[in-house]
Design a protein around this ligand. Sequence first.
Ligand code: UD1
Length: 429
Amino acid sequence: MNESDLNRIKEKISPPGSLLIKGPGALKGTVRVSGSKNAVLPILAATLITDKKCTIRNVPDLTDISIMVELLKILGKKVAREGTVLYIEKEEDTPGVAPYELVRMLRASILVMGALAAGRNSFRVAMPGGCLIGERPIDIHLKGLKKMGAEIKVSGGFVELDASGLKGSVITLDFPSVGATENLAIAACGTTDKTVLENIAVEPEIEELFSFLKSLGAKVKHRGSSVSIKGRSRYGGADFTVMDDRIQAGTYVIAGAVQGSDVRVEFSSPETLDALVEKLIECGCFVDTGSDYIHIRTPERLKSTDIRTSPYPGFPTDLQAPFTALMSCADGVSVVNETVFENRFLHCGELKRMGADIEIKKDFAVVQGVEKLTGAPVAAKDLRGGASLVIAGLLAQGVTRIIETDHIWRGYEDITGNFKKLGAEIWTE
Ligand code: UD1
């Protein structure tokens, strides 16, 4: 990838600088969330296993998606976007290299590994490296691919894979990693043997990937924490509508728990947020869940509660930071236990700058609720941490200025417009 290509991509995805919120701000109204980023990313990667046309609907307009689209183009796809629909077709054969510049910007780029392996290619994918929320190794991905017959060498910062000998296998994941489950499921489509994956992650976005693989023609049987997959030599195209984003939805639901709020969040799978809803009810919120919405009302100051993140259907690690922000003004002490990522408390330092009383002890945050936060300049250190600062801004007296917002645009489509719709005083500069 040359310098001008890289600049073109950066220009395309460069959003406004700071996000400002004037609080305190109770929210009122209805918001509808976009399609799910975490479901779309593996589905886009999986389009590489077919030469036929794929139409993917309900695709959010987010920087992470734009980066994955650029990667698909480098790997030989022609991609056109019309509103929320992506049309993806094969354009040319390419050498199969996922460059460091893109993998660095989007860790989920490594999801093309499974798809390139399914094509029985030799290819190179840059190693993603660690990130702020943790070391995030890819050992489970590589161990599984090796077991399926891929030859793997790590050299010069790249994973070099020769998947010409890909075969079916039985693989038990050491941990139900979302990305490894996705990568291995996609790779398993490259052989007509049966592959069984045990101890898989069962996040709803994975179910969505399985449905997409089935719509291309793979045989996928999923039961509990196990899935069996039988591929075929040629795949068809698909016209597929992706689920709505449960993490964006969960963030707006948490914002609806700011004192005095009355918010209805519309999205396709409210049952996926049961663990969150249970906690909000414990805190004293009134929550009504329908087939395509969650309605939350919070007249009084919230009571504190404890949470422990874990793989689905447990409390989502992606909602830990927004929930911690909410607890910073609850009545009493909340203990937040993060078990999925080893360093996902970066937002707590910023919340403390706004007056929160939080003590970190290894993988626990002990939050002593305060009456109110105070607006301050703060930095979004990661995607969900950034969302937590927006919630803190609603809880705070005065103006909160969030910098390093590029993290936020990665995962929240039109966050400013949506919060404005709910009556927040929020703007970009
Ligand atoms: C996905 C989500 C992310 C979410 C996370 C957990 C996408 C694009 N991202 O990330 O939003 O927070 O699931 O729900 O869907 N691990 C290893 N070795 C591996 C793989 C993972 O040790 O080979 C560890 C990670 O370091 C982490 C934990 O397992 O501590 C969970 O990671 P994983 O489930 O793989 O998350 P991602 O797929 O990266």
